[in-house]
Each structure stands twice: as structure tokens, then as C-alpha cells.
Design a protein around this ligand. Structure first.
Ligand SMILES: [Zn+2]
Length: 221
């Protein structure tokens, strides 16, 4: 029987453990045909030339070099004006729409903004990375077709663990983000919360991956 790989849906550095969606900052270095995401993070908005960055992302899409747009999002805990964040996000959303790519969403205190956005754009797949909202928020997002990705917060937040255990398996991903943790460790922990075997969890998340991203990026080792 073939071995089902781990899937790390959001990291900034490749660790070589399973299939990893690596978020890149240096767009010039984007390798062809690899599983990477590129976007304009809310924290970076004031620090770069937005027009140039958006053009560069568009170019990556045209060359078929990225699998997702992200990180992209809205962060209501930072100083950058919401209208500016919103306009950058709308540009990224437009790119995602035109190239039919999923988005890796950074969302801080902005879930209600996203409920509205998703209502309007039901066809763009949004993966909320590092989800740590409550059960009500999780259910509202899921009703709008979101995917939720869980990382290190899952390891020590008992309410989040409960939420994770209760949501349907076909809407979950796991991630390491910037943390020095192994994706296999998060899988083991998550499988216990779900009361399923590690292999079953690997199968579930691998199916989610191929449903959202297709088979193009997947090679089973
Ligand atoms: Zn990140």
C-alpha cells in the first residue's frame, strides 16, 4: 500500500516533511512547478511598493508558478488603516479569482469582514491559517465554505481543541507556520483529538488537499 504523505498547508521554510505549501517572500527566487504561495501580508503593506508587488504576484500566476495566493488578509490589531488593507486584499482576491487559486488567509479580529467577503465571493476557496477562533466563528466560516488550518495554538488551547474535535474532517488542514515544530507532531496530537488513527487523519487531509488544489502538485513518495 502506498504511504500517504503529511501535508503542511502553511509554512515559511521547507522542512522536507511531506507535502509543504511554502510561503515565499522573494518572488524572484520562485522555483517553477513547486508548491508555493505568494501574497502581500497585512504586516508588509506599508513596507513595500504595493503596485509592484501585486504585479509580481500576477506575473507568478501567469507563469503558473504558485499554487495559492497568500498570505493575504485583514488584521484589525495593527495600525495600518482598514481601508488600505481592504483595498490590497481586494486586489489579491481579484488575482485569485482570475487564476482560480485558493487563498491562505491571515485574519485577526476580522472574521465578520470575511463572512461578508465570502458571501460575495463564494467561489474563491479560503484557507484560514492559524485558526484560533471560537466554535461559533468556526461554524459560520464553514457555512461560507472556508477551510480551517490549525497550528501550534491547537497544542495548548483546550477550547480550540474542542472546536477542532467537533468540526467536520473535510474542512481541516494542519500547519507549522513560523514555529519550530514538526508537522508530524501536530498530526499525532490532532489524531488523538479526532479519535482517529494517524493514518486515517493523513488520508482525510490528503483528500482535502487534492480536492482544493487538484493533483497537479501532488507526488506520492
Ligand atoms: Zn505565516
Amino acid at each position: 500500500m502506498m504511504q500517504i504523505p503529511f501535508v503542511n498547508i502553511h509554512t515559511h521554510t521547507a522542512a522536507g516533511e511531506g507535502i509543504e505549501l511554502v510561503n515565499i517572500d522573494n518572488f524572484d527566487a520562485a522555483p517553477g512547478n513547486s508548491f508555493v504561495s505568494a501574497g502581500l501580508h497585512p504586516w508588509q503593506i506599508g513596507k513595500c511598493d504595493q503596485g509592484q508587488t501585486l504585479k509580481a504576484i500576477e506575473r507568478l500566476c501567469l507563469n503558473g508558478k504558485i499554487a495559492a495566493i497568500g498570505e493575504a488578509g485583514i488584521d484589525r490589531a495593527i495600525g495600518t488603516s482598514i481601508s488600505l488593507q481592504m483595498s490590497v486584499f481586494e486586489s489579491l482576491l481579484d488575482i485569485a479569482k482570475r487564476h482560480q487559486l485558493p487563498m491562505i488567509i491571515h485574519c485577526v479580529k476580522a472574521y465578520s469582514d470575511f463572512l461578508q467577503i465570502m458571501q460575495r465571493e463564494p467561489r474563491v476557496k479560503m484557507i484560514f491559517h492559524g485558526f484560533n477562533g471560537n466554535a461559533t466563528t468556526a461554524n459560520q466560516l464553514l457555512q461560507h465554505g472556508a477551510m480551517l488550518s490549525f497550528g501550534h495554538q491547537l497544542l495548548n488551547n483546550s477550547k480550540l481543541q474542542q472546536t477542532f474535535a467537533n468540526i467536520p474532517n473535510d474542512c481541516i488542514f494542519l500547519e507549522t507556520d513560523t514555529k519550530e515544530i514538526n508537522i508530524s507532531g501536530i498530526y499525532n496530537f490532532a489524531a488523538e483529538l479526532k479519535h482517529i488513527s494517524l493514518n486515517e487523519l493523513k488520508r482525510v487531509i490528503f483528500n482535502n488537499l487534492t480536492r482544493i488544489f487538484g493533483n497537479k502538485w501532488v507526488t506520492i513518495g
